[in-house]
Design a protein around this ligand. Structure first.
Ligand code: AMP
Length: 283
């Protein structure tokens, strides 16, 4: 497994792969790998003949009061896991390699960031769209894989690739969960055992909502109200948003008639947790 740190090294490798007719599949991450990331690597492996992983905690997507400095890191373990998954190359740039002195170009979408996580994290998607654009130009993949856990991010990347005409197929990977239903996340490392019941209330709320729709309760305000009451059982939970929306535009819907996205974000003693599920509508 190759480990590359500079943009030039990575681009030279990418050009060689293209000349050799290889299809590079790419999985960008911030590291601290878990089964969710590994599932994306497996999708990449099955959809290309060269697999590249990047590990980069992107400063541009963190706001001033967010957890950039404390974001969990475990490079040695990550490299072992990557090797086990058959990764061919790992790109680990420094902050300065991507945001060199004098850097001033940012990629911003008009509409999709104006929903869900974008409302409380104003620089988040600008940072993500910018770094992903850079990584696409450096890794030069034919295929890139992103998790549905970050549903809005996946929607934004698909839009970005369409708008900027990147010749890259974007694949989505389903959310990987712990046995008890908690969506896997690097930030779960912050959770103390006593926080688990509150953390589990996200996946529980999504299941409850789907059950309500099955029973014919489709009005968004009724489902949201019930979800709020469910979260209110845990005093440590501060709700950021409970949204039921159109999965392609992320605009809110009044009722779950078509398949709709239910997306949740809460802060649990300052630990941000998100989860989502497509609620199956009757139509
Ligand atoms: P991150 O390292 O958190 O930036 O995530 C890197 C990629 O892994 C993103 O495309 C995420 O959506 C994806 N991912 C994170 N957690 C999960 C999960 N539980 N299941 C599937 N994909 C995930």
């Amino acid at each position: 497994m190759e480990i590359l740190h500079t943009v030039a090294e990575m681009q030279t490798r990418a050009d060689k792969m293209r000349t050799a007719g290889k299809t590079t599949a790419f999985v960008p991450t911030m590291g601290y790998l878990h089964e969710g990331h590994l599932s994306l690597l497996r999708i990449g492996k099955n959809n290309g003949d060269d697999l590249v992983l990047s590990i980069f905690v992107n400063p541009a997507q963190f706001g001033p009061n967010e957890d950039l400095a404390s974001y969990p890191r475990s490079l040695e373990t990550d490299l072992k896991l990557a090797e086990q998954e058959g990764v061919d190359a790992v790109f680990i740039p420094t902050d300065k390699a991507l945001y060199q002195e004098g850097y001033q170009t940012y990629v911003q979408l008009d509409k999709l960031p104006g929903h869900l996580c974008g409302l409380s994290r104003p620089v988040f998607f600008k940072g993500i769209a910018t770094v992903v654009t850079q990584l696409f130009n450096i890794v030069k993949p034919r295929v890139a894989v992103f998790g549905e856990k970050d549903f809005q991010q996946l929607a934004i990347i698909r839009q970005l690739v369409t708008d900027l005409k990147f010749d890259i197929s974007i694949l989505g990977g389903p959310i990987v969960r712990e046995i008890d239903g908690l969506a896997m996340s690097s930030r779960n490392a912050y959770l103390k055992p006593e926080m688990r019941p509150a953390a589990l209330s996200l996946s529980q709320a999504l299941t409850m909502a789907q059950e309500m729709v099955h029973e014919g309760i489709c009005a968004t305000d009724v489902i949201v109200e019930k979800t709020k009451r469910h979260f209110a059982q845990h005093s440590s939970i501060e709700v950021d948003y409970i949204s039921i929306c159109d999965p392609s535009t992320l605009d809110g819907v009044a009722a779950v008639e078509q398949d709709s996205l239910m997306a949740l974000a809460v802060n649990l003693d300052k630990i941000r947790l998100i989860d989502n599920r497509i609620l199956k509508g009757k139509k």
